[in-house]
Ligand binder design. Structure first.
Ligand code: SIN
Ligand code: FE2
Length: 221
């Protein structure tokens, strides 16, 4: 990483690096990993959400998702009555999604590396906004073209209880609290694990107020 911002990490001795908790053979929670750079990311995120506003997408089954969703990068994940897929354009505007900020791509790259996945170059960043009560049911991320690359997630704002399961929906799940600045990386043999988020509880985050925003970085194509 050449950016000065990310030299913050490069200068750290291993024991000073953010704490990594292993949650699967190739899955890690990186506590506070994004904290040194998070203030640089938020204005870029605000600009993305002006260009491509959050919206409640509808599942193929006809349910409106409780999270508000948008994307940046070459590909954005969408759902509507005809299915789940990646689209190069935002269906709201008919325009390409806002480009992925360099700072996002670099953070995702360095988190992936910390989780044991080198050369992670995300072409998609899904943005999900949870207000209190919003949740994400257990699902697998499987709309990507291949599963060689991990999924890299960044949590911002209010805490969440992340559920990390197995390879079938009914498998037992680990409950993992995720706080502002935490990142999760899962890939390799764990790439298709079921995961979800319990309903967000009421609260006020000093920087983001009454919401949680999760970014997931993917290689879609
Ligand atoms: C997702 O699975 O896309 C979101 C996970 C999260 O909000 O932590
Ligand atoms: Fe997911």
């Amino acid at each position: 990483m050449s950016s000065r911002t990310f030299d913050l990490f490069a200068d750290h001795e291993p024991e000073q690096q953010p704490r990594a908790e292993q949650i699967g053979e190739q899955s890690w929670v990186l506590r506070g990993f994004a904290l040194p750079v998070v203030d640089h990311l938020l204005p870029a995120l605000d600009a993305i959400l002006v260009a491509a506003p959050l919206r409640h997408m509808v599942t193929p089954g006809g349910f409106s998702m409780s999270v508000g969703t948008s994307s940046c990068g070459a590909w954005g994940w969408i759902t509507d009555r005809s299915g789940y897929r990646y689209s190069p354009v935002d269906p709201l505007s008919g325009l390409p999604w806002p480009p992925m900020p360099k700072s996002f791509a670099m953070l995702a790259h360095s988190a992936a590396e910390r989780g044991g996945f080198s050369d992670f170059n995300a072409d998609s960043c899904l943005i999900n906004r949870y207000i209190p009560g919003a949740k994400m049911s257990l699902h697998q991320d499987k709309d990507e073209k291949d599963y060689a690359a991990p999924i890299v997630s960044l949590s911002l704002g209010l805490p969440a209880m992340f559920l990390f399961g197995g390879f079938s929906r009914s498998d037992k799940t680990q409950r993992i609290p995720l706080l502002h600045g935490d990142m999760v990386v899962w890939g390799g043999v764990d790439r298709l694990r079921y995961h979800g988020v319990l309903p967000i509880r009421h609260g006020q985050h000093p920087r983001l107020g009454e919401q949680r925003i999760n970014l997931t970085f993917r290689v879609a194509r």
